[in-house]
Design a protein around this ligand. Structure first.
Ligand code: 13P
Ligand code: SF4
Length: 303
């Protein structure tokens, strides 16, 4: 049954001229048949290079939106239109206006995990893998970082010469990795290095050996001479970690490293989206043009 779904997906993909893009946090069986798998930065950049007429996005809605914002002429289809990232909504347009009043030379820096509307009110976007580079390249000293507080605090600690104003958004998956549980995992696996995503809590990052985006965690694990790792990010990443490093061991911290939205995407839904080319991402053109500016600026500054 599963094999026949995979065959149908392959056939429809070719017939309908579709490129499948997938994030590392979705199920391994879907990652296995995607044309490109990556972290948020890789996927945003890759979407601008696709030659196929249609993009099928296996990820959450801000990812499909970014692909459409940057490529208005492409049809961007979501594997599941209801897969949304709660953090993407955790910034307030009125608060941005207040901060702009208070700090006249502020740069509003928006993590790509945000809605098109929030992006449209921002000066530049960042992802977890390019935030440092992009913010260092900005002339502004005052930085209003939205929506994720933990990523903002971590980047602020790397650039002490800038003044960061933080926002209280968070990722419920990464913030449910607790220091106490991590200490317990470290006791169980004393040889293991701890690799953490910067969306994790400050006290988790403080006791981690490496902090980076999904792709950076993967490269670190591959290049490291260590043989065991405790992974502080979403479980989907274990598929690629295991695939690339069959002789290394990877441990999770608890049972909550699971993004229910990323996990909405199944082979059946991919097949359905290919059959119907629905649901399609549609964005009002005025909004798209406004949101394209900070995204394009990110791609330029992150080069
Ligand atoms: P990265 O892909 O930048 O590592 O972001 C993690 C994430 O939470 C995506 O939803
Ligand atoms: Fe959003 Fe966190 Fe899920 Fe990523 S892992 S989509 S940031 S809720």
């Amino acid at each position: 049954m599963e094999d026949s779904i995979k065959k149908q997906i392959g056939k429809l993909k070719r017939e309908k001229d579709v490129a499948i893009l997938a994030h590392y946090y979705i199920d391994g069986e879907v990652q296995a048949l995607a044309d490109f798998v990556g972290d948020s930065y890789f996927l945003a950049k890759k979407a601008t290079e696709i030659t196929e007429k249609n993009i099928l996005f296996c990820g959450v809605s801000f990812m499909g939106e970014s692909a459409k914002i940057l490529n208005p002429d492409k049809h961007v289809v979501m594997a599941d239109g209801a897969a949304d990232c709660p953090m993407a909504h955790m910034a307030d347009i009125d608060r941005i206006a207040e901060i702009r009043q208070e700090y006249t030379d502020v740069a509003v820096v928006c993590y790509v995990n945000s809605t098109a509307e929030i992006k449209a009110h921002s000066d530049v976007c960042v992802t977890s893998s390019n935030a440092l580079r992009v913010i260092q390249a900005l002339p502004n000293r005052d930085i209003f970082f939205i929506p994720d507080e933990n990523l903002g605090r971590y980047i602020a600690s790397q650039i002490p010469e800038k003044n960061f104003i933080l926002n209280d958004g968070f990722c419920h998956v990464h913030t449910s990795i607790y220091k106490e549980e991590l200490l317990h995992a470290k006791d169980l696996h004393p040889e293991a290095l701890v690799l953490a995503h910067p969306e994790c809590r400050e006290n988790v990052l403080e006791i981690s050996d490496f902090i980076g985006s999904a792709s950076e965690i993967l490269s670190f694990a591959e290049l490291s001479e260590a043989k065991e790792f405790i992974i502080c990010t979403e479980m989907g990443i274990f598929y690629e970690l295991q695939l690339k490093n069959p002789n290394k061991k990877f441990y999770s911290v608890g049972h909550r490293q699971f993004c229910p939205n990323m996990k909405k995407i199944s082979l059946e839904k991919v097949l359905h989206a290919l059959e119907t080319l629905e649901p399609m991402v549609e964005i009002d053109e005025q909004l798209r043009m406004k949101a394209a500016k900070p995204l394009s600026r990110m791609l330029e500054l992150a080069k």
